[in-house]
Design a protein around this ligand. Structure first.
Ligand SMILES: [Zn+2]
Length: 292
């Protein structure tokens, strides 16, 4: 039920054309007309997320948005500022650049990005991020981010591979990828047993990571997310470790590339070039200043 609220909220924000009814209205609004108390960061978020992209960026922990299975702490203010600037630069602006305008993220982007300060541990596993029905992405462990010394490998591991992974789920949940992708590794998926195989073993079995071996949709999301967030040298290194498994990974990458081009008009190589270039520019960003 809670998703309905976000869809209704989305309809209020100007993300494209807004049409208004001509019906005569009671001049007594049922909503409070008092302006909410907004700090400098809230205003930055309005101008950089809400108005242009229709994305609600939640950094204050609200109990109803959090997973009650975990013991979680809120994201610190400074870390949230840094994360908001990084998500915009490395993820939203990368898609906007490859697509040429904001429409794609406006239409398909999550309606909410939710930050949590602590990691989410569950029986020895750490959840890096979650996506719910394409509407909300939660990023955990935000408080370990160092705004003055961002390390792109750490950022990719904790956050941006996760953002691309979760967004890839949104895309294939909107338009499913072709059956050919299912067939490449059919019968080789490990389900919950993925935790018992190393990345190296997974590569030899034809999966880019051990998590990709879970099932076909995770395989697809991991293939895209790892391709975009790593350079060609890394990718080739994985293929050489994979040995005989490399041909499976190659086939799946080619199918993912043609799906992205044919379904979404996204050239995955261009997206990767843009993400790689932006990743190299992160060290030059001021992740504390809200006025640039
Ligand atoms: Zn996933």
């Amino acid at each position: 039920m809670k998703y309905i609220k976000y869809i209704a909220l989305a309809a209020f924000f100007a993300c494209g054309v807004c049409s208004c009814s001509e019906d005569s209205l009671d001049d007594q609004s049922v909503f409070s007309t008092e302006a909410p108390q907004r700090n400098e960061f809230d205003i930055w978020l309005l101008n950089n997320y809400v108005y242009p992209y229709n994305i609600d960026f939640k950094y204050r922990m609200e109990d109803k948005e959090s997973d009650h299975d975990y013991n979680l702490t809120p994201a610190d203010y400074d870390k949230s500022v840094a994360m908001a600037k990084l998500v915009k630069f490395l993820w939203i602006d990368a898609y906007t650049e490859v697509m040429g305008d904001r429409t794609f993220i406006c239409t398909l982007g999550p309606k909410m990005i939710h930050l949590v300060g602590s990691p989410a541990y569950d029986e020895g596993q750490i959840t890096l991020g979650t996506a719910e029905g394409g509407l909300k992405v939660t990023l955990y462990n935000v408080n370990t981010l160092d705004p003055h010394n961002p390390d792109i490998e750490v950022l990719n591991f904790w956050y941006f591979k996760t953002m691309h992974h979760e967004f890839t789920h949104i895309l294939h949940q909107t338009v499913e990828f072709p059956k050919e992708f299912y067939e490449v590794s059919t019968g080789r998926y490990t389900g919950a047993g993925w935790v018992n195989i190393t990345d190296e073993k997974a590569l030899k079995r034809g999966f880019i990571t051990n998590y990709a071996s879970t099932e076909v949709h995770e395989d697809f999301a991991e293939t895209v997310a790892n391709y975009v967030t790593h350079d060609e040298a890394w990718w080739q290194q994985q293929l050489s470790i994979a040995g005989d498994g490399a041909s499976y990974i190659d086939q799946k990458l080619e199918l993912a590339k043609s799906y992205m081009t044919e379904t979404w008009n996204i050239d995955l190589e261009s997206l990767r070039d843009i993400v790689q270039r932006r990743s190299s520019e992160v060290v030059r960003l001021d992740l504390t200043n809200l006025n640039d």
